[in-house]
Design a protein around this ligand. Structure first.
Ligand code: ZN
Length: 75
């Protein structure tokens, strides 16, 4: 089994919030939605996937991220 890939560090200016995330941006959640530094990956996503190349591979690993809820979207 391959070792888990380390999470990339997204530069502050490239971080996307739910407001700034565009249709072509990777929507991989990073951090805790309860925290102010929660953000999305925001890299160019792969066609047919909601994630960038890195996170498409990451999502296919056995260790999946825990499901996050989006309280901002409720209601
Ligand atoms: Zn990504």
């Amino acid at each position: 089994m391959p070792a888990p890939l380390p999470e990339p560090v997204i530069p502050l200016e490239q971080r996307k919030s739910i407001e700034t995330l565009m249709a072509h941006d990777c929507r991989w959640p990073i951090g805790d939605p309860q925290n102010a530094d929660f953000h999305f990956c925001g890299k160019q996503k792969v066609d047919g996937h909601p994630y960038c190349d890195f996170h498409v591979r990451r999502a296919n690993q056995p260790t999946r991220p825990r499901t996050v809820s989006y309280p901002l979207l409720a209601g």
